[in-house]
Write a protein of this length. Sequence first.
Length: 75
Amino acid sequence: MVTLKGLTKIDILHGTTICKLCGEGEEDSNHLFISCYVVSVVWHKVSLWCKIPQLYVFSIKELLEVHKSLMVHKL
Ligand SMILES: [Zn+2]
């Protein structure tokens, strides 16, 4: 798996790998889609906008499959 930390180590990326949205976690795909505080606020607002229960997922795989558990009706 390619990570930002790995790309930085082999001199592909330069600078910090700390999340630029929250300044706390390492900026990897799991952080950017799941565990970042700023992103959790965005997901909450998306849930409100779509009128679905708030999303609680712990992996990108769960995020990609969450639509299967929602009772969404076509208009
Ligand atoms: Zn973050």
